[in-house]
Design a protein around this ligand. Structure first.
Ligand code: FE2
Length: 195
């Protein structure tokens, strides 16, 4: 694996900035500081005198996890990419209401984008009456109905909204909106990306 910028904060900052094609002025603008300060940080071998909140702001401006800027942190990317080959997805089956409900196949994740959680989801229960709600979760979710047809319920479990979604449908779910899927064909599979 090609290890990127394993040295100090400045080198990591420059590496990430260049990776996302920002120049020093763009980054400075995002942070409300001048480009000279960015240049000084990048050229310094020492850790600049920054608070955790400032490091967090810098990481946000670089669309990355603050941990990736910490000296000694090793990127899990190879030249800006992380690969997970077919067959390497861990599978976890979750229960709801005492019965197996979904099997989650965990797709590629990286600690440079810790909030991105891509999953293939096998919907194990069939029939609209089998709906079992979650409590919603932080972060948004994108879903694509990859195989089979599904019935979706969302919102207040006592008075939910409902939709029948054939294969090829796509869905956005806002944070903390309870939701449930069941298959309306013998098998159904979703591609879900939490972010
Ligand atoms: Fe979800």
């Amino acid at each position: 694996m090609n290890v990127e910028a394993t040295s100090g904060f400045g080198a990591k900052l420059r590496s990430r900035r260049q990776q996302i094609k920002l120049n020093e002025h763009h980054l400075a603008d995002r942070l409300g500081i001048n480009a000279e300060t960015v240049r000084e940080w990048e050229q310094s071998h020492d850790l600049p005198d920054l608070t955790l909140a400032q490091v967090s702001d810098i990481a946000k401006a670089l669309d990355t996890n603050p941990a990736t800027l910490v000296p000694g942190h090793r990127s899990d990317l190879d030249n800006g990419v992380k690969l997970q080959y077919a067959g390497d997805a861990d599978a976890i089956t979750g229960k709801r209401g005492g019965a197996e409900y979904y099997t989650y196949h965990c797709l590629v994740r990286t600690h440079t984008a810790p909030n991105m959680v891509p999953l293939l989801v096998d919907v194990l229960r069939q029939g609209e009456d089998e709906s079992q709600f979650n409590a919603g979760h932080p972060g948004g979710e994108f879903i694509y109905v990859l195989e089979g047809d599904v019935h979706m319920r969302w919102g207040d479990p006592e008075a939910p909204s409902k939709a029948d979604l054939p294969q090829g449908s796509s869905i956005y779910i806002a944070p903390f909106v309870p939701h449930a899927f069941v298959a309306t064909t013998p098998a159904a599979r979703l591609l879900a990306v939490n972010f």
